[in-house]
Design a protein around this ligand. Structure first.
Ligand code: SAM
Length: 275
C-alpha cells in the first residue's frame, strides 16, 4: 500500500526539517520501497502504518533513519568525467604552482555520499601527481547521512558499485577482492577522512579553508534560500584562488554574485571574484 497524501506531506516536512532537502510530490512513489525495510525491522508490515508510528512516536533515531532512507545517495566513480579531466590538466597544476612553497593542499567533498567522489580525487592524485607524495594533503568528505559516512570510511564496495565509472586498471591497482566485495587499499584509504555534517545547518562549524570544494549534486535538492546560505558559507571556506565545483545541473547564477567561472576540459569551476 502506498502512503496517503497527508502522510507523504509529513515525510516531506520531516526531511525538510532535518536535511533542508525538498522532496517533490513526484517522489511519493519512493516511500513504499525505501521505508518498507525500516517498517519490517520493527515488525510493521504496512508503510502507512509505519509512517503513522513515526509520527506518533517522536523517536529522533527513527526519524533520522526515515530521512536517510528517503534521501538520494546516488554517486559513482569519476562522475561526469570532465571535472576530473579539468582537475588533472588545469586546477591541480595551477594550485601546485601557487602552493609550491607551502606544499599543502586541502580538498573537501561536501555531500560525499558513499565516498566514490573523494576516493576518485585521491586516486587521481596518486596516479597523476607523484610529485605531491611528500606534500601535506588533506582530503575530507562530509555527508548528512551517518550510514553513508560509515560506508565511505569502510572503503568497501559491491561489484555493482565498482562497475560504475571505475577504470579496470584502477580496480586492479587499488582494490583487493573478497568474495563479491572490493576493498580499497590502505594507501588510498589512509589519505582521506569522512565525518558527518549537515550543510543546511548554518553557520557551519569551524572548518579549515580548502583549495578545492566539491559541492556536487546536492544543491539541486534545496530551496533557493538554503542554496544561497550554503554558497555564502562555501565562499568563506575557499582559500584565495581556490576552486568550487558544483554538479552539472547546478550553478551559482541567480544565487550569489560573488563567484566567477573558470572553464576547462568542458567543465565549469567557480572562483571567488577578486574585488
Ligand atoms: C546525490 S548524492 C551526491 C554525491 C556526490 N557529491 C556526487 O556528486 O556523486 C547527495 C548527497 O547529499 C547528501 N545530503 C543531503 N542533504 C544534505 C545536507 N543537508 N547536508 C549534507 N549532506 C546532505 C545525501 O546524504 C547524499 O549522500
Amino acid at each position: 500500500m502506498t502512503v496517503a497524501n497527508d502522510q507523504f506531506t509529513f515525510l516531506q516536512e520531516l526531511v525538510y526539517k532535518r536535511s533542508a532537502m525538498v522532496l517533490s510530490d513526484s517522489k511519493a512513489y519512493l516511500a513504499e520501497s525505501r521505508l518498507m525495510p525500516l517498517a519490517r525491522a520493527i515488525g510493521i508490515s504496512d508503510t502507512g502504518e509505519f509512517v503513522a508510528h513515526v509520527r506518533r512516536s517522536h523517536d529522533v533515531k527513527l526519524e533520522e533513519q526515515v530521512v536517510e532512507a528517503m534521501t538520494i545517495n546516488e554517486t559513482l566513480w569519476f562522475r561526469d568525467k570532465r571535472p576530473f579531466d579539468a582537475l588533472r590538466s588545469h586546477v591541480l597544476p595551477d594550485l601546485i604552482s601557487r602552493k609550491a612553497s607551502a606544499r599543502q593542499l586541502s580538498i573537501w567533498s561536501a555531500a560525499s555520499s558513499s565516498g566514490q567522489e573523494l576516493y576518485s580525487v585521491a586516486i587521481l592524485l596518486e596516479e597523476s601527481f607523484p610529485q605531491m607524495r611528500d606534500w601535506r594533503v588533506s582530503l575530507l568528505g562530509t555527508d548528512l547521512s551517518r550510514e553513508m559516512v560509515d560506508k565511505a570510511t569502510s572503503g568497501v564496495y559491491s561489484s555493482m558499485e565498482m562497475n560504475r565509472g571505475l577504470p579496470a586498471a584502477m580496480l586492479i591497482r587499488y582494490f583487493s577482492q573478497s568474495g563479491s566485495s572490493y576493498r580499497l587499499t590502505d594507501t588510498i584509504r589512509s589519505k582521506v577522512r569522512f565525518q558527518q555534517m549537515n550543510l543546511a545547518s548554518t553557520p557551519w562549524p569551524s572548518l579549515p579553508v580548502f583549495d578545492v570544494i566539491l559541492l556536487r549534486n546536492v544543491l539541486i535538492y534545496f530551496d533557493v534560500g538554503t542554496k544561497q546560505r550554503i554558497l555564502q558559507e562555501a565562499r568563506r571556506r575557499l582559500s584565495p584562488g581556490g576552486y568550487l565545483l558544483l554538479g552539472t545541473a547546478e550553478t551559482t547564477s541567480g544565487l550569489s554574485g560573488e563567484f566567477e567561472t573558470v572553464s576547462a576540459e568542458g567543465a565549469v569551476f567557480y572562483r571567488v571574484k577578486e574585488r
